[in-house]
Design a protein around this ligand. Structure first.
Ligand code: FES
Ligand code: FES
Length: 159
């Protein structure tokens, strides 16, 4: 049934009128024009659609939009602040951690959530946090280095 759903996306309130069973990913991409989050499998198997809901990584391909009413959604478009890249985005560029890039928006939001609660994650903690993300191009080691680098940069700015 078509209804209005209000929630926040990247810090801004939005209201969409749609079927409450519509996947959040479709609403973000088609209604709100935020094309960063990607459709990969649609079955919680690849992580390409990952967004943060109240700061926690969640699959948006299988998430009904009605369940995010009143909540805070962050997509990859919301990571950059004040016209500058998020340290993770800069670190991914520095490490050249990307080939086709299809997996990166999901990886970025999961890694941002990790660094938010643990700015100095171990290699094992990074691997565990990024476990839901498939990358067919094999950039894993570069991504791990980039997350460590971004954590160090964030710790430096927090001093
Ligand atoms: S598209 Fe959502 S996990 Fe693959
Ligand atoms: S860079 Fe191509 S899927 Fe990860």
């Amino acid at each position: 049934m078509t209804e209005k759903y209000g929630f926040a996306v990247n810090g801004r309130p939005v209201s969409v009128e749609c079927d409450g069973t519509a996947p959040l990913l479709s609403v973000l991409r088609e209604y709100l024009g935020l094309r960063g989050s990607k459709f990969g499998c649609g079955t919680e198997q690849c992580g390409a659609c990952m967004v943060l809901i109240d700061g926690k990584p969640e699959y948006s391909c299988s998430r009904e939009v009605s369940t995010v009413a009143g909540r805070d959604v962050t997509t990859v478009e919301g990571l950059a602040k004040d016209g500058g890249l998020h340290p993770l985005q800069q670190a991914l560029l520095d490490e050249q951690a990307g080939q086709c890039g299809y997996c990166l928006s999901g990886i970025l939001v999961s890694a941002a959530a990790l660094l938010e609660k643990n700015p100095k994650p171990s290699r094992a903690e990074i691997i565990a946090a990024l476990d839901p993300h498939l990358c067919r191009c094999g950039i894993h080691n570069r991504v791990i280095r980039a997350v460590q680098k971004a954590g160090a940069a964030l710790a430096e700015t927090a001093r």
